[in-house]
Design a protein around this ligand. Structure first.
Ligand code: B12
Length: 216
């Protein structure tokens, strides 16, 4: 039953049909499927299938934007209550300059907020200096970089050296997103490359010794 329900969710997302996608995601939730499975098995799978529509030869902006809108609707439905008061560390989050993809970044923000983290969202296409300035000003203990295009990898490698120059050696740097998660932490010069936002939360909980939050 679940595999057919996932297929229907994926189809609705690819069709850009927000209301059907939301209804399918809510049905999955009601059937006991957790948000992690819906995001990874549903949303990420659907967006992976959109890949063919994103090439220079076959770029269909409208279809991709409608699918993106459906993704945003599903995420709102999966996290309907809004974030609880922040009780955990501050995380600064961005897609770096040259990368305008922000659907994944926005999912990371929603999930981290739901888990009680304070998130400073520095947006997409964010210059490295701006990210580091905000991380310092807001007292972030972690910087999360979302990367969907491989051309931003050289910029990612500069984050730790720039933090060192600024004397901000206590800040951890995490990378994620479709392009960055295919690289190793070593090659990106970051502390950790997370496979998903849920993997990132587990890493943060383990590295700070905090008890896991079960709810979402
Ligand atoms: C939607 C999309 C777009 C939309 C973006 C809309 C938006 N608001 O984000 C639009 C149409 C704008 C777009 C534009 C372009 N795109 Co595009 N796009 C995609 C597509 C189809 C889906 C991306 C997506 O949203 N995925 C869904 C999200 C939910 O997944 P995700 O980001 O991986 O996030 C999940 C996890 O990875 C994790 N996560 C994400 N970030 C982080 C960070 C941390 C720290 C952690 C812990 C976790 C984490 O959490 C999320 C939930 O689990 C992909 C194909 C693909 N397979 O990814 C191409 C793709 C990324 N795009 C691509 C390209 C080439 C482009 C363009 C250059 C196209 C062009 N010809 O102009 C432009 C401009 C790019 C630029 N300068 O930034 C290529 C990149 C190739 C590469 N490896 O470099 C891809 C892979 C398609 C392809 N194969 O050609 N794109």
């Amino acid at each position: 039953m679940n595999s057919q329900a996932f297929d229907r969710l994926i189809k609705a997302l690819l069709d850009g049909d927000q209301s059907v996608a939301v209804a399918e995601a809510v049905d999955l939730r009601n059937a006991g499927v957790d948000n992690e499975q819906i995001i990874i098995g549903g949303i990420e799978t659907a967006m992976g299938k959109l890949e063919a529509k994103c090439t220079v030869e076959q770029f269909n902006l409208l279809e991709i934007m409608l699918a993106g809108r459906a993704v945003t609707g599903v995420i709102k439905a999966l996290y309907p209550d809004g974030p609880p008061p922040a009780t955990r560390e501050t995380v600064a989050l961005a897609s770096l300059e040259g990368d305008v993809h922000d659907l994944g970044k926005n999912i990371v923000k929603t999930v981290l907020l739901a888990k009680g983290y304070r998130v400073v969202d520095c947006g997409k296409d964010c210059p490295l200096e701006t990210l580091i300035d905000k991380a310092e000003r807001e007292g972030a203990r972690t910087i999360c970089i979302s990367g969907l295009i491989t051309s931003i990898m050289p910029l990612v490698r500069q984050v730790l050296p720039m933090l060192q120059i600024r004397g901000l050696t206590g800040i951890k740097v995490l990378a994620g997103g479709a392009a960055l998660k295919q690289a190793s932490a070593n090659s990106l010069n970051v502390h950790y490359v997370a496979d998903s936002v849920f993997d990132c939360v587990r890493y943060l909980e383990e590295s700070t010794g905090q008890a896991p939050v079960q709810s979402q």
